[in-house]
Structures are given as C-alpha cells and as structure tokens.
Design a protein around this ligand. Structure first.
Ligand code: ATP
Ligand code: MG
Length: 335
C-alpha cells in the first residue's frame, strides 16, 4: 500500500510541475512584443538625442531583467553625463517634447521618490516610465538578468512567485507589501541557499565587471555563460522549489533576527546591520538587503499591518502547496 501511495504522490508532483510550467510559459512575452518595444525605444531615442546629443537611454526593470511578463510597462532610464542638470527641469522639458511628438497620457511626476515621466505610445500601445540618471537600477537589472542565465529554475520560480504576488495583492509597495524587485531577490537568495546550491554568489567571486555608481562600487563575476550547469547537482523540480520557497517564508525564516543577502549569498543578522530599531518609517519587519546599496532594506515599506498580510499569504500558499494535489487554482485565486 505504501508503494502505491508513493507512486500516487509522484504522479501528483509531476502533474503539479507540469501545471506550474504551463503557467510560466503562458506568462513569457512573445517575440512580437520585443519588436514593438524596440520600435518605441528607437522613437524615444530620436526625440531625446535632439535635445541632449550625448545622452543615452537604458531599459531597466522587468523588460530588461528577464523577469517581465507579457504586456509589462517599460522602465527607461535617461542617462545624461552632465552632473549639473536639474532632474525636474529635464523631466519637464522631456514631457513637453514627448507631447509635441504625439505620445499620449504624458505626465511628469517630479515629486515622486523616483521622479519620472509617464507616457503611452498609441502606435504600439506600450506604456513607459522614464527616469533620469538612475544608473544603479540599470546595474541591478543586469545583475538579475545575469543570475537568470545561470539556471532556468530561477526565472520559473520568480515568474510563479510574482504571478502569485500580483494576484494575491501583495505586490503593492504603497500598501506596504513588496516590490517585484524584492521578490526576485528573495528567489535568488533562496536558490543560493539550496543544498546543493542552484545559484552561486556572483558578488563573492572574482569580479569581471565593475562600475562605480553614486560612489557605490558595483563589482561581480558576470561571465555567467561559464556557469551554466552550476545547479545541475541539484535535481529539484519547479513544484518542489515553489513548495519549499513558501514553506521557508511561512515557517522557517527568522523574522526577528535575520536579513537575507544576495550580495554575500548568506544570512546576515539584523544586529550587525543595525536594523533592530525603528528609524523614521523604516521598521525592518522583513529584511532584504539591496545587493549594491547595502544600507537599503527592500522590506522597509512593510509595516505592522502589512507584515501580517504578507505572512498570512505565505502560510496560505505553503498550505495549499502542501495539501492540495492540484494547487494552481487556489494558489492563484485573485484576492
Ligand atoms: P514588474 O513586472 O512588476 O513591473 P519590475 O521588474 O519592473 O516588475 P519593479 O519592482 O517595478 O520591478 O522595479 C523596476 C526596477 O527598478 C527593478 O528592476 C530595479 O532595477 C529597480 N528598483 C525597484 N525598486 C527598487 C528599490 N527599492 N531599490 C533599488 N532599485 C529598485
Ligand atoms: Mg516595472
């Protein structure tokens, strides 16, 4: 009877894995979307270079880090070398020019934490946000993309986690839940911690890429094509990893003491980072160290209400993965 049950279990796991992989596949942006993004980028490039000939446009965020779903907005960074520019002025000028070029819904948000111009291109239907000189975001985008090239299970796991977070309403930073960027870092860290490890710690290796941005040295091993097969000693399936991810954040993470750190590929203590006290609005109820801006806790948006929401959602997901032989329906049930 025991054997029969094990076989049933294995067929459940296989079915679960196939269902999760099908969801992952359905979220991947099709090629024609990439072409449309390129078309819009070329148009913006033409507009920008008229006013700022030395400037460059960089795509960052989900359209460039390989964790973007179909129909994502594009995040663009306008990089201007001149250190004396006034960001608000640039954004207002840019908004003006975009408007005269028939782009729609143009809006300059100069007082946001990251000031941007928003726009929609009627030709391609794509929306985008343009910021100025946010080069650190371009660099952390590259780090995420490089990690994704090492083992496909990172992209698969992060797609499932992001999809779950969006449907369950826990991917809204202004409501105190986590950004997509934070969720991807949680996935990278989780795969660094598997035994055998599925991902290495790129910032712990001999650097092959190094830039200094805003006085922060960003250096890591980026020859990731040399690392393909790194995780092959670990045969865990996507279903197993999704289960273990939620189980970790529901029942195993030490919220009172631990900080997850992709930079070191290990756990740090809140005490060592001096993240034990509330300072201003930073409560450090869930601690995720930014890989480059190490004083930056991506969990700082989380407050005493939203931490409960978040932990209840992790527990709910862990329970569904544990008990439901066909978990995909309930797991992704809209909130
Ligand atoms: P989505 O698919 O939800 O749009 P995204 O990958 O674009 O996901 P966001 O959380 O919107 O993720 O962030 C976009 C980019 O901005 C990230 O890839 C990262 O480079 C940068 N970023 C976002 N939040 C932070 C932050 N708190 N600190 C530093 N960089 C950040
Ligand atoms: Mg985005």
């Amino acid at each position: 009877r025991m054997l029969k049950r094990q076989i049933a279990c294995r067929s459940d796991i296989n079915r679960m894995n196939a269902a999760l992989l099908a969801i992952y596949e359905s979220l991947i942006p099709p090629e024609e979307e990439k072409a449309k993004q390129k078309q819009l980028l070329a148009l913006l490039d033409k507009i920008v270079s008229k006013e700022w000939p030395g400037a460059r446009l960089y795509v960052y965020g989900s359209c460039a880090n390989s964790f973007g779903f179909s129909k994502s907005d594009i995040d663009i960074c306008l990089a201007i070398e001149d250190a004396n520019i006034d960001k608000s002025e640039v954004l207002l000028k840019l908004a003006d020019m975009l408007q005269s070029d028939n782009l729609q819904d143009v809006q300059a948000l100069t007082r946001a934490r990251v000031p941007i111009v928003k726009l929609m291109d009627p030709e391609t239907g794509i929306s985008c946000d343009i910021c100025v000189n946010n080069v650190l975001a371009v660099v952390n985008t590259k780090l995420l993309r490089d990690y994704a090239h090492i083992d496909v299970r990172l992209r698969q796991l992060a797609f499932i986690v992001k999809h779950w977070a969006k449907l369950r309403g826990v991917n809204v930073t202004y409501q105190g839940t986590l950004s997509s960027y934070a969720y991807v870092l949680m996935c990278i860290h989780f795969l660094q911690q598997r035994r055998p490890a599925i991902l290495p710690c790129l910032q712990g290796m001999q650097p092959t890429y190094s830039v200094t941005v805003d006085n922060i040295e960003c250096a890591y091993f980026d020859k990731v094509e040399k690392l393909c097969g790194f995780g092959s000693h670990n045969g865990e399936s996507l279903a197993r990893l999704v289960w273990a991810f939620f189980n970790y954040w529901a029942y195993c993470h030490d919220y009172a003491n631990d900080v997850i750190s992709v930079r070191t590929g290990s756990m740090l203590s809140k005490r060592a980072k001096d993240w034990t006290r509330r300072i201003g609005n930073d409560r450090h109820l869930i601690c995720i160290e930014d890989p480059f801006e190490v004083s930056h806790d991506l969990g700082r948006v989380v407050d005493k209400f939203s931490i409960r929401v978040l932990r209840e959602e992790f527990e709910r997901a862990a329970e569904i993965m544990q008990c439901d032989p066909n978990p995909c329906v309930k797991l992704f049930e809209p909130y």
